[in-house]
Design a protein around this ligand. Structure first.
Ligand code: DLL
Length: 433
């Protein structure tokens, strides 16, 4: 463990630490950010009333819209002279959401990422090729600083340029690849289709650090098989800090939350009511130590569940279930709720499909219409039409029986679905265009 004292702290002691830090953080936001003062006052809440963790229920939520309304620096709690870095989301659907970091925040960010890498068995002896995008996106710099903090040799290659990534695997003796899981698959595809002589076995690659988008267990198996690595999940969001909010460990069953820095709750997304451990709902985050941009009860829209399970790795930190999707990614097809990850799981179960797919939703008249396009491998694609028809029929039957939706399934040739160097675009919802 990178920080054994914290990562294996008894639950009760962790709760005491959280309460102490919460008092500071909530007060810090209230005193230094007019937005929070106004919001708390309107809700009849004062930071002095925070006597137990349970009292957090009374604190109003922060939403993405609040962040957009206060673009760019309106929610910062320190003067700009103390802010040493900003990151921002792309802002394709409105103002970008901007987050700031003091020197101390940058240190915390590096610490939590270093803990994740150590949890994957990565050490200063590793060569980490960081293919997350460098820039306003938190992935690149987030992994970079964490990797340096761990003391590993850090290769800041950023995303894209697959031939160069492969060259560096060989030349630099890369042992760890950090990227989105969809990009890792692109790398595997590239090797198979364009560089058949490149033998992944002849490289030293052994660990993958994948996150920034949901990915199923089936996708993990596929990546592990094709890149011959151990693939681990890393989770985070810029509004909270970036990557490193939580990570898997050797058990690969759920992600430990770095709860000395982030207080987590699960709520019912419809009522806002806090749900007990072991219940699925929307994750809400409160930063405990962040100076520049304290986030108090931020509604992430991510769906997960919290639990303690005496993890075999020895960490006592609460676990969150792998995030399967966001409540705002949830598609409602003729009244049925469907997550892209559920579609992915069914597609991956079918023989001959590739993990590249897109869900296209449209409205024909008053009816929602859904088409799932999925790539199939060369062998299947060159098979008789009858084989292809059977495969698409079987997949459509599974959608009907498992998810309760009627979807048109279109099998397409390899390399048809657009590739991304960052987060994959899984859904095209034409009803919103
Ligand atoms: O994606 C931070 C990150 C970078 C995480 C690199 C991991 C690796 P944002 O761009 O703000 O930050 O997007 C955050 O992406 O609310 C989730 O919906 C989704 N997400 C991030 N990691 C995972 C994951 C970065 N491991 C949003 N599994 C989050 C599922 C994830 N979804």
């Amino acid at each position: 463990m990178f920080n054994k004292e914290i990562e294996s702290m008894p639950e009760k002691k962790m709760k005491e630490l959280q309460l102490e830090r919460l008092k500071w953080s909530v007060n810090h936001a209230y005193t230094n950010v007019p937005f929070y003062k106004k919001k708390f006052d309107a809700a009849g809440f004062h930071p002095d009333q925070l006597k137990s963790l349970d009292d957090m229920k009374r604190v109003p939520f922060l939403t993405k819209q609040d962040m957009r309304d206060n673009y760019p620096y309106g929610l910062f709690a320190v003067p700009l002279s103390k802010v040493v870095r900003v990151h921002a989301s792309s802002g394709t659907t409105g103002n970008a959401t901007v987050v700031g970091y003091t020197k101390s925040d940058v240190n915390v960010f590096a610490e939590v990422v270093a803990r994740c890498l150590a949890a994957y068995g990565v050490s200063e002896n590793d060569v980490i090729q960081n293919a997350y995008g460098y820039g306003l996106f938190t992935g690149g710099l987030g992994l970079h600083y964490g990797s340096e903090k761990l003391g590993a040799l850090t290769v800041p290659i950023s995303g894209g340029n697959t031939p160069r990534q492969l060259m560096l695997f060989k030349d630099f003796g890369t042992t760890v690849l950090c990227s989105t899981p969809s990009y890792a698959l692109n790398v595997a595809d590239y090797i198979e289709t364009k560089m058949p002589d490149f033998k992944i076995e002849s490289t030293k690659l052994r660990v993958g650090v994948f996150g920034a988008e949901p990915w199923s267990e089936a996708m993990r198996a596929e990546i592990e098989k094709r890149l011959k690595i151990d693939a681990y999940d890393i989770y985070g969001l810029s509004e909270v800090i970036g990557p490193g909010v939580s990570c898997e460990c050797s058990a690969k069953s759920g992600l430990h939350v770095h709860e000395d820095h982030f207080y987590v709750e699960i709520i019912d997304p419809d009522t806002g009511e806090v749900l007990p451990e072991g219940t699925k709902g929307e994750i809400v985050y409160t930063s405990l130590t962040k100076e520049a941009f304290p986030g108090i009860r931020y509604r992430s829209r991510d769906i997960s569940m919290l639990y303690h399970d005496n993890c075999s790795c020895g960490r006592t930190l609460v676990k969150m279930e792998k995030v399967s999707g966001r409540s705002d990614d949830m598609l409602i097809i003729r009244g049925v709720n469907v997550f892209p990850s559920q579609v992915e799981t069914i597609l991956m179960e079918a023989e001959g499909t590739e993990p590249h797919y897109q869900i296209i939703v449209d409205r024909k008249g008053s009816m929602d219409d859904i088409e799932v396009m999925v790539e199939v491998n060369e062998k299947i694609f060159s098979d008789e039409l009858k084989v292809l028809n059977n495969l698409s029929k079987n997949i459509a039957d599974r959608f009907r029986s498992v998810l309760g939706i009627t979807a048109k399934v279109t099998l397409v040739e390899p390399q048809t679905i657009p590739r991304s160097e960052g987060k994959a675009v899984r859904v095209v919802d034409k009803r919103k265009i």
